[in-house]
Design a protein around this ligand. Structure first.
Ligand code: AMP
Length: 310
């Protein structure tokens, strides 16, 4: 059982009200892998440039992520810069430099192609399609994307949404894709557009699951201090798909439990800059936080009025 992820491995420069991080390890595939590896083996497929240091690579390798699919090419590593407003909810992208991703074509090793779960983390949709073309018979495929690609590559994104089992979007992306403001309506419309299952991530307000048969809400862990929200969505996906991959013999995928695992990993991710907390967090801490989130959602029956004859 293992997961293959394609996405960005980046050098991020981030400003939040709590400080700055300059050219630190980031990228959708990095955050995802460092979260998912707590539950399952992860093969990472991406490209970096000559400026990607041995130290950054060691963060991923020492965490047990299979880097057989991480190519090193002449040129500069993907770079992204972002700045958060005072309440950490609004983010402005300051720059996106594709660099070595500009002419990258993912090639999956035999082990990666045979993985039981595939995650297409945020990257150009044509690369996400190229990965789906190479996989054998995974049990679960999931895709994430972002505003940039919904606006510039809408058709490719719509086609992806129909090719995979599960679509993950932020609330802003779900609104942009569907043209609807209210998320329940946006969710229904995205299912009608061909998504089999959808998770809409609402940051500190939790996440909503939509399928033709089921709706589910999973809260976010109410942290008192958030340092850097970057990568929370990818860490959520890592916890979610890591747990689903680990449990994938079950007749019914334990989706609700998996969403709680996603929320737990996302909450650790935002406690520090870069994926630092995902690297150092222990199994014990993860298990404790999963229980804390579960506890937040447990409500006894609410007896009200008796119905029927008095
Ligand atoms: P999130 O906060 O979940 O949106 O993820 C942020 C991460 O996505 C950062 O570490 C960035 O390096 C990465 N990222 C930002 N823009 C892009 C893009 N256009 N393609 C791929 N990865 C990106």
């Amino acid at each position: 059982m293992s997961i293959v992820v394609v996405g960005s491995v980046a050098l991020d420069s981030v400003r939040t009200p709590y400080g700055n991080a300059n050219q630190v390890l980031g990228g959708s595939a990095s955050y995802f892998s460092l979260a998912a590896r707590h539950f399952a083996g992860v093969h990472l497929v991406a490209v970096v440039g000559e400026d990607f240091s041995a130290g950054e690579e060691a963060i991923l390798r020492d965490a047990g992520v299979d880097l057989g699919g991480l190519e090193r090419r002449p040129g500069r590593t993907f770079r992204w810069g972002g700045e958060y407003g005072p309440d950490l909810a609004d983010r402005e992208t300051l720059f996106t430099e594709l660099n070595v991703f500009g002419d990258f074509h993912p090639r999956l090793s035999a082990a990666a192609a045979a993985a039981s779960t595939v995650f297409l983390a945020n990257i150009h949709p044509s690369l996400q399609h190229e990965v789906l073309d190479q996989i054998e018979t995974p049990r679960l495929t999931a895709v994430d994307t972002m505003n940039l690609w919904i606006e510039s590559e809408r058709e490719a994104v719509l086609e992806l949404l129909r090719r995979v089992d599960l679509v993950l979007l932020s609330d802003e992306e779900a609104r942009l894709l569907s043209g609807e403001i209210q998320l329940p309506k946006a969710g229904r419309k995205i299912l009608e557009m061909g998504a089999a299952q959808l998770i809409v991530k609402k940051g500190e307000n939790g996440a909503l699951f939509f399928s033709p048969r089921e709706r589910f809400f999973c809260p976010a862990y109410p942290l008192e201090e958030v340092v850097d929200p970057t990568g929370a969505g990818d860490a959520f996906a890592g916890g979610l798909l890591g747990y689903l991959d680990r449990e994938n013999g079950q007749p019914q995928p334990p989706l609700r439990a998996a969403m709680i695992c996603g929320a737990a990993l996302a909450s650790f991710s935002v406690e520090g800059f870069s994926p630092r907390r995902l690297v150092e967090v222990s199994r014990h801490e993860i298990a404790e936080r999963i229980e804390a989130i579960r506890g937040l959602t447990q409500v006894p029956r609410v007896p009200l009025w008796q119905t029927g004859p008095a």
